[in-house]
Design a protein around this ligand. Sequence first.
Ligand code: HEC
Length: 156
Amino acid sequence: MKKQNQISVPAIFWFTLSLAIGTFHLASAQEDLGLRVHQLFEQRCYKCHGQPGERVGGGLDYILDFDRLRTSPLVDLANAEKSVLYDLVSTDYMPLRDTPLSAPEKDLILTWLKAGAPSPSLAPGPAAPDFLNDDQVQNLVDEDLHLQPSSHRGLL
Ligand code: HEC
């Protein structure tokens, strides 16, 4: 075999190594994306869209379950911009009656959708605190009532 037709072993080694590093970088960037969107949804959407069986959020009660979200009709991976989810945040309808998401936050969601809505692969932190039940809310109201001077209570 002629010398010039041979691919040197070190060349193959470096080529393979750079491919491996490139793939690793791509993979970790995706993980990061999933985690960042997870954190954003947890802060801004979870309180209305996380409680299973809760009908208040139009039936969307799985905002942090990306496996489910990805295959739901609210997400269109082929046309990320047309996804209902993106449409509602980009038009400031969601979060409902709350401060709209910032432009970088909206971009983050779009980038995430275009990347195939990856799940966070690094374990997300503990979920937001439990929801308050009716009794707990009632107790808070009662406690507050007792803090008022008794002369005012008749008015409350
Ligand atoms: C204060 C409560 C509240 C918050 C916070 C909130 N939503 Fe909503 N969301 C609702 C309600 C209520 C509806 C149903 C509204 C309607 O049908 O017009 C809804 C509907 C939706 C829908 C459509 C669901 C469907 O099945 O049609 C999507 C998608 C959505 N919200 C995404 C989000 C995202 C993303 C966030 C966070 C950035 C968010 N929402 C934050 C209350 C909330």
